[in-house]
Design a protein around this ligand. Structure first.
Ligand code: ADP
Length: 218
């Protein structure tokens, strides 16, 4: 007797978790700037949840929903963010834009609270957390400047900026406790961009070496 043919559809696919470096820090701490630079280096793939949402058609249902929250300085609900991003990154992998077996994922903007961190544990294997430490009052100036340069409506209003910084303090910063202390790399985000970049590269290079040597990363 031949074995029954297994149905191809509806079969849960088990993907290995993505090797991930989190870019962590307050709004304006430079996560996006550094993430974009790292994305230009072979072996890294930068993904920002804020960028993912901003690329949506503003007239689409999801686009309107995003601006409703972002425009008020609020977080998009956890379920929506995590599921949308999981779908997005899977799409990137299926179209070979992101190569999970050879690239390190540089994740920027997520997790933003402990719930998201728990939800993401099944998808990402966090090897390092790059913690860009910033002086919050100075972040307000940076965000005001970015409002003009990048036409970011959510950076234009002081009350909105304030709310985002408060959410960072109360909801996002506790995420650091979700990860082992030896994975967290604090970096002074008030240094020049090139100094911050140098320190990030020093932290991620050994990880890259390990993957290149096909050694399992501890
Ligand atoms: P910034 O780092 O300056 O706050 P982002 O581009 O990361 O900017 O995020 C812009 C907005 O997108 C946030 O204020 C929030 O409304 C939404 N957003 C991005 N990532 C998340 C997330 N992980 N959870 C909830 N909302 C998010």
């Amino acid at each position: 007797m031949t074995a029954p043919i297994e149905p191809l559809v509806n079969k849960p696919q088990k993907f290995p978790r993505y090797n991930t470096v989190l870019l962590f820090g307050a709004p304006g701490s430079g996560k996006g700037t550094q993430g974009k630079i790292l994305n230009g280096i072979p072996g890294f793939f930068h993904s920002s949840t804020g960028d993912m949402f901003r690329q949506l058609d503003t007239q689409s249902e999801m686009g309107k929903l995003f601006w409703g929250y972002a425009g008020a300085g609020k977080l998009v609900p956890d379920d929506i963010v995590v599921k949308s991003w999981q779908q997005f990154i899977k799409g990137m992998a299926l179209t070979n834009k992101f190569l999970p077996l050879s690239q390190i994922l540089i994740l920027d903007g997520m997790p933003r609270n402990v719930e998201q961190a728990e939800m993401l544990d099944e998808t990402i294997d966090v090897k390092l957390v790059i913690y860009l430490k910033a002086d919050l009052p100075r972040m307000v100036d940076r965000l005001r400047q970015r409002a003009v340069k990048e036409k970011r409506f959510d950076d234009a209003d002081d009350a909105v900026i304030q709310r985002r910084l408060e959410i960072y303090e109360h909801e996002t910063r506790p995420v650091l406790e979700h990860y082992a202390a030896d994975k967290i790399v604090p970096i002074d985000a008030m240094q020049t961009q090139i100094r911050v970049l140098t320190q990030i590269l020093q932290a991620v290079a050994p990880l890259r070496d390990q993957l290149d040597g096909a050694m399992p990363v501890a």
